[in-house]
Design a protein around this ligand. Structure first.
Ligand SMILES: O=C(O)c1ccccc1N[C@@H]1O[C@H](COP(=O)(O)O)[C@@H](O)[C@H]1O
Length: 209
């Protein structure tokens, strides 16, 4: 199966096109106001009709209300909803078939109960005290050895152009997701790092196929 690659934390239309040019499959828009990568739904709405046409657009939310999510979906035409907070399985169900549930993990116990989420995919990020995600920290991938997710697994947390190949080889995820590791500055993506990330991830996936 081909590897799906998501570049998260895009805040400009220019970076959205750069992500497509680099060969990624999806971009993430962070609708969490406390993030340095926050972009307002109203800003994205102004890009309407000028977005790369075939990229999957993922809206990232942290403990947002269903109303907030529906509003952003309406304004921005989101293809997926990434729930990156403390949302319950029932909330994931209410969001519907576009929901990706993100979980923060540090040890094997953090994986318990994740199969209760009726999610399109499970995204695993590193657990770091005081932050919901996007920290640039990786977790110990070995704790996934005995994990059998019911939904496709997307690996995230501290990935970058230099470690993504090893991550793909060891975890064999359905997809990978990166934010900090391909940034030039908070909220701005680096074209060269993004291109290398995609190239190295795809090469590892092809070699392991
Ligand atoms: O990117 C953010 O600012 C962010 C804020 C709150 C929750 C999640 C966030 N990003 C997601 O975090 C992971 C890992 O990011 P990184 O590569 O370690 O920086 C990724 O899934 C982003 O989608």
């Amino acid at each position: 199966m081909a590897l799906a690659i998501k570049i998260c934390g895009v805040t400009t239309l220019e970076d959205a096109w750069m992500v497509q040019d680099a060969g990624a499959d999806a971009l993430g828009l962070v609708f969490y106001k406390k993030s340095s990568r926050y972009v307002a739904p109203e800003t994205v709405a102004q890009w309407a009709g000028r977005m790369p046409p075939l990229l999957t657009v993922v809206g990232l939310f942290v403990n947002a209300s269903l109303e907030e999510i529906r509003r952003a979906e309406f304004l921005c035409g989101l293809d997926r909803i990434q729930l990156h907070g403390d949302e319950a399985p029932e909330f994931c169900q209410a969001v519907g078939p576009r929901a990706i549930k993100a979980a923060r993990v540090a040890q094997a116990d953090d994986l318990l109960g994740l199969n209760r989420y009726p999610a399109r995919a499970l995204l695993l990020d590193a657990k770091v005290d005081g932050a919901y995600g996007g920290t640039g920290h990786a977790f110990d991938w070995d704790i996934l050895r005995r994990f059998e997710p019911d939904a496709p697994l997307i690996l995230a947390g501290g990935l970058n152009p230099d470690n993504v190949a090893e991550a793909v080889r060891r975890v064999q995820p359905h997809g990978v997701d990166v934010s900090s590791g391909v940034e030039a500055a908070p909220g701005r993506k680096d074209a060269e790092k993004t291109r290398r990330f995609v190239e190295n991830a795809r090469a590892a996936a092809v070699a392991g196929a």
